[in-house]
Write a protein of this length. Structure first.
Length: 277
């Protein structure tokens, strides 16, 4: 049987299907392959040699640096142990939409070295940096160079990963006030469930820091165990693109507001009551 003939009546798993469904299947497969090809072309066309560097090795830890048309930049932080896995795939889609809307983005991978949790020593209160010298401090010094942030994580046991959780704990404990006024979003990738809990967890850093929370047309999640499965989650990928569009829009609106003399709020001295007074 010729290859074409074989493809005519079987899926790749060998399951027999009707001629009509075979035509449908062929169309979907070809469409998926095109999307995959275009996506891969996009990734590999960029500065991929620095693709996997964690923040400390900055030159500048970027997987992808998209064209800069507005001088504004959004950091896409990948908290997955997989440097080019599902979370990367979703964040890249956000990056493409940002780029299409004139906003540069930098996709940084936290790496696979274990990241220390917050010691709760409080030294950051006086020093403005974390006592543990690692990428948290590297990023803390660069917060001002970004106009927006997207935190991405795979779902691990219905929560964010063991990489991004301690990283963001320490980043925000030491320098949460530096993020005020900068729009933020979180995205998660999961095989099946726990996505809303993980998303909620990541959104907490944003919503305690006077950061405008940027949303999409659905909750910011993709489904899949592999990048290819994620690319086939058409709704998830569309959600990522809409998030990128919204992020670009908000970033530009904030810049336009500033240019028109609309200053960010001056906040009151913070009161912490600890529920005992
Ligand atoms: C330790 C661990 C725990 C996981 N827990 C969940 C889970 O609770 N729910 C789920 O749907 N997927 C779970 N998964 C699957 C991943 O979330 C999923 O494959 C994700 O898309 C991987 O993204 P990545 O390639 O960026 O790492 C888990 C994977 C690992 C390694």
């Amino acid at each position: 049987m010729s290859k074409e003939k074989e493809f005519d009546n079987k899926t790749s798993s060998g399951r027999k299907i009707s001629r009509r469904n075979a035509i449908k299947y062929a169309g979907v497969t070809a469409g998926g392959a095109l999307v995959t090809y275009l996506g891969m072309k996009y990734y590999t066309g960029q500065n991929d040699s620095t693709a996997t560097m964690p923040l400390a090795n900055e030159a500048d830890a970027n997987l992808i640096t998209y064209q800069n048309k507005t001088n504004m930049k959004v950091l896409l932080l990948n908290g997955s142990p997989h440097k080019k896995g599902c979370t990367y795939t979703a964040l890249s889609e956000v990056g493409v939409a940002l780029e299409q809307n004139g906003i540069e983005s930098k996709l940084s991978w936290l790496g696979m070295e274990s990241i220390s949790g917050c010691r709760g020593c409080g030294s950051c209160r006086s020093t403005g940096k974390c006592i543990i010298e690692d990428n948290v401090n590297v990023l803390l010094e660069k917060v001002n160079t970004y106009d927006g942030f997207v935190f991405g994580s795979p779902v691990h046991y219905a929560g964010a990963s063991g990489f991004i959780t301690p990283f963001l704990d320490r980043l925000f404990y030491a320098g949460g006030s530096r993020f005020a006024g900068k729009p933020g979003a979180a995205i998660v990738s999961c095989r099946r469930a726990g996505s809303t809990a993980a998303l909620e967890q990541l959104n907490k850093y944003i919503t305690i820091s006077n950061m405008p929370l940027v949303s999409s047309q659905y909750w910011n999640m993709v489904h899949g165990n592999t990048p290819d499965e994620v690319r086939r989650d058409l709704e998830g990928m569309q959600t990522m693109r809409a998030l990128g569009q919204n992020m670009a829009w908000i970033v530009k609106c904030i810049a336009a507001g500033k240019a028109a003399g609309i200053e960010p709020p001056t906040y009151e001295q913070r009161t912490a009551t600890n529920f005992i007074r």
